[in-house]
Design a protein around this ligand. Structure first.
Ligand code: G1P
Length: 305
């Protein structure tokens, strides 16, 4: 089974990040020095995907520009001998292909995926939800593709979450547990009340799906908010006799769709960076930090690099 394309729904308004998102797409929020969406593309490339279909909306031009070659900048870096920086900039533009499709109206995640239907043939394809950043030794998407090949079926990434949090996620019902980390899915419920949740295994923003998701998306009804849910379409696909599995991926997952999750992601990534880690550790351990910031300008200076 070949999986070479991925759909990245990036049309959301980013209301949880207003006012930042008034003029800048939330996918361009930085994680250390890179926009969050670049982590997604790099995870895709590490999983041998090279066709990215980005579903956008108005005011998302910065994403398009970010992945376009910037010849003037490249020339300047070359002249200044900044070859490493130049190579890292060129790596993505040389290998990855980008197609942008517009979601004209905000009708939910299922509708965003459906918008990309003409770019996908009779094949399995990946989906990355860009609010979910997964830092792992083996790229999360490639963990999914491996299982998709083994089971010849659609795969969803899941993680165990505390039961009080199930109402923030799509949750799987278990048909059969195959190994400690792999389940066959019976159905899915989008953001259930705690009492109605079929498990505490939540979808975490990575999928490998059969193209049969597209007819399933046309079969389902919109929810009470007039949105088409991807989880409902996956349930429909199971109902149409497609097998769907869910795998617990190895890695650390951050939900950067809200400011607290984004700050945690920045701290977590900084602590994994050998150059930054000692400074951030020192910063976090300094109990008097707030006092220092408020009352002693000279100490602020000591606290800098
Ligand atoms: C979406 C999906 C949900 C999934 C979640 C993971 O919800 O609809 O099934 O569990 O992403 O982050 P959202 O967080 O966009 O509301």
């Amino acid at each position: 089974m070949e999986v070479i394309k991925a759909v990245i729904p990036a049309a959301g308004l980013g209301t949880r990040f207003l006012p930042f998102t008034k003029a800048v797409p939330k996918e361009m929020l930085p994680l250390l020095n890179k926009p969050a969406i670049q982590y997604i593309i790099e995870e895709g490339m590490a999983s041998e995907l090279n066709d990215f279909i980005v579903v956008t909306s108005r005011d998302k031009q910065a994403i398009v520009d970010h992945f376009d070659p910037n010849l003037e900048l490249e020339l300047q870096l070359e002249e200044r001998g900044k070859t490493d920086l130049l190579a890292s900039l060129k790596r993505i533009t040389r290998i990855a292909n980008f197609t942008y499709v517009r979601q004209a109206e905000p009708r939910g995640l299922g509708h965003a995926i459906w918008t990309a239907r003409r770019c996908i043939g009779k094949e399995y394809f990946g989906i990355f939800l860009p609010d979910d950043i997964i830092i792992s030794k083996t790229a999360a998407m490639s963990q999914l593709i491996k299982v998709a090949r083994q089971e010849k079926a659609s795969i969803i990434a899941i993680a165990e979450v505390p039961v009080e949090q199930v109402s923030s996620y799509g949750v799987i019902g278990i048909k059969k547990q195959i190994t400690p980390n792999l389940y066959q899915v019976s159905h899915l419920v989008e953001k259930p009340d705690q009492k109605d949740a079929p498990s505490n295994l939540a979808i975490i923003g990575r999928y490998v799906l059969s193209h049969k998701i597209f007819p399933a998306l046309e079969e389902i009804q919109a929810d009470k908010n007039e949105e088409l849910q991807l989880t409902d379409a996956i349930s429909q696909m199971i109902h149409n006799n497609e097998k769907v599995f869910a795998v617990k991926v190895q890695g650390i997952r951050y939900d950067i769709g809200n400011p607290i999750g984004w700050i945690k992601a920045n701290i977590g990534c900084a602590l994994q960076d050998p150059q930054m880690a000692p400074h951030i550790n020192k910063f976090l351990q300094d109990k008097d930090l707030l006092d220092i910031f408020m009352y002693s300008p000279s100490k602020i200076f000591e606290n800098q690099l």
